[in-house]
Ligand binder design. Structure first.
Ligand code: CP
Length: 305
């Protein structure tokens, strides 16, 4: 199953997702064996115009574990020709001559789609703009949910944070909408609630959703709490108590025993450190899965006989 570019999560069908998960299981075994040399003739360019810890390191590690090579620039906004006014499209055309795959984090929404429209090599969107998408994060999130709970059907998922610009939550909502009987709860201060484009998509797909400004009503019934940040400086209403959105030991007491807490990370204050030791805290396992899922995604865009 060859994929040309990975730019948004809507492009993944359910059969593609199962194919990805099968490959991901294989990648876990390969990593345990110390890696493979199968992709040694391939070069991946990692082109990050915005900061990253997990996405960049996991993609680069994934390529090395597959036997491939990595070329990159740190802080592409400064250490690439953008500083001299070069357009993204030109940069992509040039870098495509030197590699077989480009992993791109761009500071503008739509950057990955623009790049894919001119690229001769596959583009993988490693997060675009704020309010764009982060499809590979959402795929590793979905894999984590499946691994932890054993199903993707009939799940109740609470997504918490500044959801209007939350590219991970946006991409995950698209993926979850593909599975039967999903119920989504978007929990955010009203001024940073999830945007209309996602809600229209859920309505088209007949997916149950609710917009809430607190988790109180659903905390005891959800299977997944997907926590993200809320930056106080983004809120116009300074009287909103952001503490009510934080996951604490008290929040845990109200959650189901067989539920999980996820977070794309990095976190600030929105999950207290004393939650980390609870078996339901899945966010570090989620970050580890990023390596395996991204290895599998690289094999899907570099598919060869
Ligand atoms: N989750 C995520 O995208 O993390 P980074 O910004 O560290 O890549």
């Amino acid at each position: 199953m060859k994929i040309d570019h990975i730019v948004q999560s809507q492009q993944f069908t359910v059969p593609m997702i199962w194919n990805l998960f099968e490959r991901t299981k294989e990648m876990e075994k390969i990593v345990r064996r110390g890696g493979t040399k199968d992709y040694e003739r391939f070069i991946m360019a990692s082109l990050f115009y915005a900061p990253s810890t997990r996405t960049r390191f996991s993609f680069e590690s994934a390529m090395y574990r597959l036997g491939g090579k990595v070329i990159s620039t740190e802080q592409a906004r400064i250490f690439s020709s953008e500083i001299q006014g070069e357009r993204l499209e030109d940069t992509i055309r040039i870098i495509g001559n030197y590699c077989d795959l480009i992993v791109l984090r761009h500071h503008e929404e739509g950057g990955a789609i623009r790049a894919s429209s001119v690229s001769r090599v596959p583009i993988i969107n490693a997060g675009d703009g704020s309010g764009g998408q982060h499809p590979t994060q959402a795929l590793l999130d979905l894999y984590t949910i499946y691994n932890e709970l054993g199903t993707l059907e009939g799940l109740k998922v609470a997504l918490i944070g500044a959801l209007d610009k939350g590219r991970t939550a946006r991409s995950l909502a698209y993926l979850l909408s593909k599975f039967e009987r999903t119920k989504l709860y978007f929990i955010a201060p009203p001024e940073v609630q999830i945007k209309e484009d996602i809600l229209e998509h859920l309505e088209e797909k007949n997916v149950h959703y609710e917009l809430l400004d607190s988790a109180d009503k659903i905390i005891s019934e959800v299977d997944v709490v997907y926590q993200t940040r809320i930056d106080a400086e983004r809120l116009i209403d300074k009287k909103i108590d952001l503490g009510i959105y934080n996951i604490t030991k008290d929040f845990l007491k109200k959650m189901k025993k067989n539920s999980i807490i996820m977070h794309p990370l990095p976190r600030s204050v929105e999950i207290s450190r004393d939650v980390d030791s609870d078996p339901r805290a899945a966010y570090f396992r989620q970050a580890e899965n990023g390596l395996f899922v991204r290895m599998a995604l690289i094999t899907m865009v570099l598919d060869f006989e």
